[in-house]
Design a binder for this molecule. Structure first.
Ligand SMILES: NC(=O)c1ccc[n+]([C@@H]2O[C@H](COP(=O)([O-])OP(=O)(O)OC[C@H]3O[C@@H](n4cnc5c(N)ncnc54)[C@H](O)[C@@H]3O)[C@@H](O)[C@H]2O)c1
Length: 335
């Protein structure tokens, strides 16, 4: 097989999260077919520093100028939900596919605008829910995908504890538990019915539980809220099939598969050749590879912006049903 042609990409955003995950993932994990063409941030100092550290070419502080000047195959956008609709639609209008960090927007309307622009341009947008591509969740998907042995999914129990840095309750959901919802629907399918209840201890803190019925008829439970995370015990999902089997993923790492007789636990192996394996375990490397492959092969990615419109809508309904105002406020990853 011949070498792949170079995939010429630009990044808009050189903030804290991009520095911690996006740039190192794209530069230190064998993206040999990637041409690191250009970086843009309003803060030129940060753009210069990250471009220098991770081997990117030109530097811009005006993303429109970058798009006009560079001949790119795709753009990675990592700015924040309040900026994403404007920037992502402008990139799509120039005919380029977009990898878009979550949250895609701060409201469903913004996400819908991006989806419409993607449909109009005939270009893909993948949303940065990296858990879909995490190693442990992929292992769970393999187990569940063996329909002969696992059967049909009948019930999903999921928790993702929040933490108290978020300026509003809904900001915690939009910035953090959106990942959990994306994951739950990736296993359960579309949601038909939602009931939720919150303990609103203060304006910005409390507990939240939700009952879901998927369109398949299967049931789901969510335990979220603003306490308990983001540490070691924050995350757990259990998926039950109708052939006596189930699978549990604990803290995005450990996968236990059980049936009536025996349980077996699997954890991803450590490979010392990679400099920061958590970029791989957590799914950052996998999602970025998936995006490039989907652009190259003309495939719809997961999760796509069209999946995301539904997820954003369900997220708002979960909050609304529990009396949580749909109020978002800025928060930095430099917590
Ligand atoms: N997937 C995850 O696990 C995960 C985790 C944390 C944060 N995030 C997401 O990453 C994104 C960035 O978060 P952050 O905490 O790094 O924010 P940040 O404020 O540190 O970075 C945002 C950067 O965008 C730049 N910017 C804003 N508007 C711009 C424009 N029009 N043109 C060019 N640059 C512009 C700012 O100058 C800043 O450097 C957010 O969407 C956040 O939700 C994802």
């Amino acid at each position: 097989m011949g070498a792949l042609s170079q995939f010429r990409a630009g990044v808009i955003g050189a903030g804290v999260f991009a520095e911690a995950n996006l740039y190192p993932s794209l530069s230190l994990h064998f993206f040999d077919d990637l041409e690191r063409a250009a970086v843009c941030d309003l803060d030129t100092g940060r753009a210069e520093r990250l471009a220098g550290k991770y081997g990117w070419g030109s530097i811009y502080n005006d993303f429109r100028k970058m798009l006009d000047t560079e001949k790119l195959d795709a753009v990675f956008v990592c700015l924040g939900g309040a900026h994403h609709p404007e920037v992502a639609t402008a990139v799509l209008e120039r005919g380029l596919p977009v990898f878009l960090e979550k949250p895609s927007s701060i409201d469903v309307e913004g996400t819908r605008r991006i989806a419409q622009a993607a449909a109009k341009a005939g270009r893909i947008v993948q949303v940065g829910h990296q858990k879909r591509h995490g190693l442990a969740y992929n292992r769970a998907r393999e187990i569940i995908g063996d329909r002969e042995r696992f059967g049909t999914v009948v019930q999903i129990e999921s928790k993702m504890h929040g933490f108290t840095v978020f300026p509003t309750f809904y900001t915690c959901m939009l910035e953090w538990q959106c990942h959990n919802l994306d994951l739950v629907v990736s296993f359960g399918g579309d949601i038909a019915e939602i009931q939720s209840m919150a303990f609103r201890q203060t304006e910005k803190t409390g507990g939240l539980v939700s009952l879901l019925r998927f369109q398949s008829g299967a049931l789901g439970t969510l335990a979220w809220g603003t306490y308990g995370g983001p540490g070691q015990f924050a995350e757990r999902i259990e998926i039950l099939g109708d052939r006596g089997r189930g699978v549990i993923v604990t803290n995005a790492r450990e996968v236990t598969c059980y049936d009536e007789d025996v349980g077996e636990t699997w954890a991803p192996d450590w490979n010392p050749i990679s400099r920061n394996q958590s970029h791989v375990f957590n799914g950052y490397v996998g999602e970025l590879r998936h995006f490039i492959d989907c652009v190259r092969e003309g495939r719809e990615p997961v999760p796509s912006i069209h999946d995301e419109v539904k997820t954003m809508d369900w997220l708002a309904r979960i909050a609304g049903g529990a009396g949580i105002p749909l109020e978002w406020a800025p928060v930095s990853s430099a917590l």
